[in-house]
Design a protein. Structure first.
Length: 149
């Protein structure tokens, strides 16, 4: 099962403690305010991809290809990418935090029983060719017992 999510990938970072205004109780809040919107996009696309399928409750391989937005300094005045602009995005956000947002979204979308089902994780983070091409490609493959990968 695979799908594409267009948009700027958002990392799932740390949590902070806040207070519920109504009850005064402590609550955990995601540190990144843009995370909820990104997770909603991933959730929506994942639900479309698995419509009518059973929830996976087996070991899975997960392949994630993140396409990150380039900084303006990577472009020439005419809008084309500079020849010396890097391909790989070796700056923040961290790849593991980007992965965490996707894996948790796959759980809430009902792709699998829980994200511990991911036993093989392959991911990459590179710059998109153009700003509107940012996003993530997600591929989830159930594994058969005894299969070699």
């Amino acid at each position: 099962m695979g799908f594409w999510v267009s948009g700027l990938p958002v990392p799932q970072g740390s949590k902070k403690i806040g207070r519920n205004k109504a009850t005064g109780r402590a609550v955990l809040i995601d540190d990144n305010e843009k995370l909820a919107g990104w997770r909603d996009l991933v959730d929506y696309n994942a639900r479309k991809a698995v419509r009518g399928r059973e929830v996976l409750d087996t070991p899975c391989a997960v392949d994630l290809s993140f396409e990150m937005e380039r900084p303006k300094s990577h472009y020439k005045a005419d809008g084309t990418v500079k020849p010396n602009a890097p391909v790989w995005c070796a700056v923040k956000p961290d790849l593991d935090k980007l992965e965490r947002a996707i894996l948790d979204s796959l759980t809430t979308a009902g792709v699998w029983a829980e994200d511990s089902r991911a036993v093989i994780l392959r991911s990459s983070k590179r710059y998109a060719g153009l700003p509107h091409q940012a996003g993530v490609s997600v591929l989830v493959t159930p594994l058969r017992e005894g299969a070699r990968v």
